[in-house]
Ligand binder design. Structure first.
Ligand SMILES: [Ca+2]
Ligand SMILES: [Ca+2]
Ligand SMILES: [Ca+2]
Length: 575
């Protein structure tokens, strides 16, 4: 036993993040740094180590499972000592925030229930239902814009689903990319598509059975048996299933383009692949991959893992937000603290509420949560009973390989914070369609300021003020400390960032005697106007002529250029 013990404690996958290079450094030193790091990684006791560069600032170090732990630890230590290295961190696995699967149409009445059915969560609130997001009311205001791209970082997507489909086939799915890397040389158990990174993010299924685990113990360590989830097809459907097409469900954003980015395979995906997918989705360069010509304005990530936000993730998040792309992540389904990347600074992090607006038992919580949205809850829990408040969406019927498009429904339900996050991502898409000048920070602030307050169920306690490690917090009355600012409201959110509404509101605040409150807003052709019944007057904005007009008993006055009004009111610098 003189030989060093095979590695059993030191991780065999690491991510290296470089410091931000100055312009002068970057000009000549980046390849020198890469060569130096490669030499550092090539230690005599570690012939299997490979260092792969994925961007100017990112490297992935992999070693065989049999690599001696001492040599591996020495390599990590040596890399950390390099003056250009910011961090060397284990390349941890992140997993889709899970659900138990389930569809029907928007106003489905198949189920003989006194409770609301179909896509209850997109409608108005009535009775016990307090957390529905008012998307139906928002649609008469905006249905989104095809100039907005929403990226779905997930298990890939089923392009053959009739309620999704490629842009070239009448749908709104862009080509996207697949960032699920190989397990090892020529081994693709996690990827399940016979290749590492490639240009096809189709979801081949992420099933795992006992035989597969037995045959691939290393690639599937800490993974459990499960049927294919079609998770990316589910989250994509909530955001942008084709609407008004007489088929299946309605999406929330009816016009945005959807960019499928595959980052999760069997048993989840590695942080390094997810970060590469995030950067690519936002239009940043990833080495070895053609640039994305449809940079996303919004990135949805219904995935996570326990532990703090890694340096690699935070650096990528900062870079992407600085570029103007909004990042939305689900909080997690552990009933514990928020998972990563939901706990990275600047991310819009979404917790889950029941139909009644209380925190759903499984939702993770904490000060990192930005806002909540319905996550799905069953009420009925008996065998063969309908899951009343499932979040219905697009999926596939295959338990392993794809077997045909289908939908989740109350008997094949779909619940989890994975489905709350895409509601927020889609509403962010609607907001950016109305006002493309919004920054990620403004988008986040407007989602918060327009959210509705949490209701209080007198039979429940408030969610605890702090959560110790290992605590599992069940259903509770949400507080703004643990569940974000309130419950998502699509109508209020889009109104909050509409420059026209903002301008009307500003004018009314400025000259309240001329424009008394209690007006009615209407749109006629290119004119948007408000009518003030007590004065019998109108304030109008002409989109055609770009003028602000005032009409009263004494006639029509031209109040000047719309652009000047926007400048004066600050309405393009919201909120
Ligand atoms: Ca592949
Ligand atoms: Ca592929
Ligand atoms: Ca549809």
């Amino acid at each position: 036993m003189a030989q060093a013990a095979a590695n059993d404690t030191v991780p065999t996958r690491w991510v290296v993040t470089l410091k931000q290079a100055s312009k002068a450094q970057a000009a000549d030193a980046s390849s020198a740094v890469a060569e130096r790091l490669a030499r550092t990684a090539q230690r005599p006791g570690l012939p299997s180590a490979r260092l792969r560069q994925t961007s100017e600032r990112h490297f992935v170090l992999t070693a065989a499972d049999s690599a001696p732990s001492g040599s591996l630890q020495d390599t990590v230590t040596a890399l950390r000592q390099d003056p250009m290295v910011l961090a060397v961190e284990p390349d941890l696995r992140r997993k889709r925030h899970n659900v138990v699967p389930n569809d029907p149409l928007y106003a489905n009445t198949t189920f003989a229930s006194t409770q609301p059915v179909g896509q209850w969560h997109l409608k108005g609130n009535a009775g016990d239902v307090k957390s529905a997001i008012n998307a139906e009311a928002a649609w008469s205001y905006t249905q989104g814009s095809a100039s907005v791209v929403i990226a779905v970082l997930d298990t890939g997507v089923r392009f053959d689903h009739p309620d999704l489909r490629r842009l070239t086939a009448g749908g709104r799915l862009l080509d996207g990319y697949d960032f699920v890397s190989e397990d090892g040389p020529n081994q693709f158990i996690a990827a399940n598509d016979g290749s590492g990174w490639d240009s096809d993010p189709s979801d081949p299924g992420d099933w795992i059975d006992a035989a597969l685990i037995a045959a691939n113990a290393s690639a599937l360590s800490d993974c459990s048996e499960e049927d294919s989830s079609w998770h990316g097809t589910r989250t994509a459907g909530i955001i942008g299933a084709l609407s008004q097409n007489g088929t299946g469900i309605s999406g929330i954003d009816w016009n945005a383009l959807i960019l499928p980015v595959r980052v999760l395979g069997r048993c989840g995906g590695f942080t390094s692949d997810i970060v590469s997918g995030m950067r690519w989705a936002a239009g940043l360069h990833v080495i070895g991959v053609p640039d994305n010509f449809h940079p996303a304005k919004v990135i949805n990530m219904s995935l996570g893992g326990s532990g703090a936000c890694s340096v690699m993730e935070q650096v990528a998040v900062d870079e992407i937000i600085a570029r103007g792309t909004v990042i939305v992540a689900s909080a997690g389904n552990s009933g514990q603290g928020v998972e990563s990347p939901g706990n990275c600074r600047g991310v819009i992090t979404v917790g889950g509420v029941r139909h009644t607006g209380t925190k759903v038992g499984y939702s993770s919580l904490g000060p990192e949560v930005t806002v909540t949205a319905p996550a799905g809850n069953c009420v009925n829990v008996g065998a063969n009973q309908a899951c009343l408040y499932s979040i219905d969406t697009t999926t596939d019927s295959g338990t392993k390989a794809p077997a045909g498009a289908s939908y989740t429904d109350q008997m094949n339900s779909n619940v989890g914070t994975s489905f709350s996050a895409p509601m927020v991502a889609a509403v962010a898409g609607l907001m950016l369609g109305i006002n493309p000048t919004l920054t990620p920070a403004q988008t986040k602030a407007a989602i918060q300021s327009s959210s509705r307050p949490f209701p209080v169920d007198p039979t429940l306690a408030a969610c605890p003020g702090s959560i110790a490690s290992g605590d599992n917090v069940g259903q509770c009355n949400c507080t703004t400390t643990q569940c974000g600012a309130g419950m998502l409201d699509a109508l209020a959110a889009v109104k909050a960032v509409n420059p026209t509404d903002c301008l009307f509101n500003w004018a009314e605040r400025s000259v309240p005697d001329l424009l008394p409150t209690g007006p009615t807003t209407a749109v006629t052709g290119p004119y948007q106007f408000r009518f003030y019944p007590t004065q019998g007057s109108y304030l109008g904005i002409s989109a055609d002529q770009g003028r602000v007009l005032y009409v009263s008993a004494s006639g029509l006055s031209d109040l000047g250029a719309r652009e000047g009004w926007y400048t004066q009111s600050g309405c393009y610098r919201l909120p």
